[in-house]
Design a protein around this ligand. Structure first.
Ligand code: GLN
Length: 472
């Protein structure tokens, strides 16, 4: 049976025409067949089979949870008690989670099956998955290309049909950009919509957990279960999770903002530009109002993002000291050399670069010039985004300047990769929800997405608009 969406599979499971254990076994087999893509760092085969048997029993007794039937992969930066987790870093070598992330627990409580943990850029820092200590992931659509990052394994696991839904995390685009590169949906919820408890921190005021799927209703079902207040995360909103229902299109005609400057940028692939212009025309023809907006901060977005996230990372990653957990250098002779050598040997190049950059922007001589200034600029971006969304229902943007790029490009300047994030970081800087939907197909054969963004806590409206735009 070909998977379409959870509702269809549940109907079969309820009728008894399909057994969960067979669905799980088929997925494990498929994962093994696609091992060369390097998507999974670990498959929880035993657990998944056990849970499948329980789910089959629950269907027989009529007690199956809301997500029964769904097979989900988790990015290797989410804790799942008793299972390994490494943030794709050598520094967490041998570490096992001591508790389960709230987001993951809520899925399990509704009978979803967690199939394994997926490869990603080390500590979610990167846009190509090449910063993983365990090698890069291949794009299932073309093995010479990157699946994007940092949630490259997550996106690829859904694109290659190795699971139904994947959880990723998005600090500056890590759900949306890989979704665009692999031709699936990727949703970054409003900051505070999903608890971060049990998510290994990169930049705490930016990080959000969110789902990847091929079907919008699957995104909705997962968000309904995963969202909502959590006493274990004080930055998580007290608002209850959304009820998305059938995601019917908004009744009124919409006002959609776009940034003509973005479409005129040199770096934007001309076919993506044409596709977006076409979408805008279609929306206009359907009676929606389109509003070209001057957004004066485009070129400041990436610098602001990299100052603030590296500052937060330098603090968050201080806990990996070779003493508390994970990797400890064998060459250490005393406490100080334990710290120095364990961190030097345990972290990869990009992570070390960011810790140093973050330490620099927070240092007393430069704090005001960099960190303080970037905080002020963050407020301006947030205000401007709020202003636009006070007058408009959504902002429509490209997700990425181009389609998936080749693996193993020799980049001598790290900022070239940082510029990949130009269209995605605004949502994280301002805290708004955003989604990438796979509407485009390039003449080079690869898919690409367009991005939509709404007001904070208008995730429901975002999904409805996104579904409408995908179907138009
Ligand atoms: N590519 C961005 C970075 O390297 C975004 C990463 C993310 O969202 N986790 O920081």
């Amino acid at each position: 049976m070909k998977y379409t969406c959870l509702a269809d599979l549940q109907a079969e499971l309820k009728a008894g025409s399909v057994k969960m254990i067979d669905v799980v076994n088929a997925h494990i087999e498929r994962i093994e067949q696609h091992a060369d893509l390097n998507i999974f760092l670990e498959v929880f085969a035993g657990d998944a089979r056990e849970r499948a048997t329980v789910v089959d029993q629950k269907f027989q007794h009529g007690s199956a949870g809301k997500l029964a039937g769904m097979i989900i992969s988790i990015k290797d930066n989410m804790c799942y008690k008793g299972h390994g987790v490494s943030a794709s870093s050598k520094i967490l070598e041998g570490f096992e989670s001591l508790y389960t992330a709230t987001a993951v627990q809520r899925l399990i409580d509704e009978d979803a099956i967690i199939i394994g943990r997926t490869n990603c850029d080390e500590f979610a820092m990167g846009s190509s998955n090449e910063n993983s200590a365990f090698g890069s992931v291949k794009n299932p659509l073309n093995h010479k290309l990157s699946p994007g990052g940092s949630s490259g394994g997550a996106a690829a696991s859904v694109a290659a049909d190795l699971c139904h839904v994947a959880l990723g995390s998005d600090t500056g685009g890590s759900i949306r950009q890989p979704a665009s590169f692999t031709g699936i949906i990727g949703h970054k919820p409003t900051y505070g919509r999903v608890s971060r408890y049990g998510l290994i921190a990169y930049a705490s005021s930016f990080d959000q957990i969110g789902p990847f799927a091929k079907d919008m209703s699957d995104i909705a079902r997962v968000m309904e279960v995963m969202g909502g207040a959590d006493p274990m995360d004080s930055t998580c909103s007290l608002k209850a999770a959304d009820e998305h229902g059938d995601l019917s299109a908004p009744e009124d005609k919409l006002k959609i903002a776009y940034f003509p400057d973005v479409l005129d940028r040199d770096g934007l692939d001309p076919e993506i530009k044409t596709h977006i212009q076409g979408k805008l025309e279609e929306l206009k023809a359907a009676g929606h109002e389109l509003n070209p907006i001057e957004f004066p901060y485009i070129d400041s977005l990436v610098p602001i993002y990299y100052i603030l996230t590296t500052a937060e990372a330098s603090s968050n990653l201080a806990r990996y000291d070779g003493v508390h957990m994970g990797y400890r250098s064998e060459n250490a002779t005393d406490l100080e050399s334990t710290y120095k050598k364990s961190r030097t040997e345990g972290f990869g190049e990009e992570v070390k670069r960011r810790i140093m950059l973050g330490t620099f922007v927070l240092s007393s001589g430069y704090y005001d010039a960099y960190y303080g200034k970037a905080q002020k600029a963050r407020n301006l971006i947030r205000q401007k985004t709020d202003e636009i969304l006070a007058e408009n229902d959504a902002i429509l943007l490209p997700t990425s300047p181009h389609t998936a790029f080749p693996l193993d490009q020799e980049l001598t300047d790290p900022t070239v990769m940082y510029l990949e994030d130009i269209f995605t970081v605004q949502a994280n800087i301002a805290g708004n929800p955003a989604i990438s939907i796979p509407t485009g197909k390039h003449s080079n054969g690869m898919p690409f997405g367009i991005q939509l963004m709404t007001n904070r806590f208008e995730d429901d409206k975002l999904l409805r608009i996104a579904k409408m735009v995908s179907e138009s």
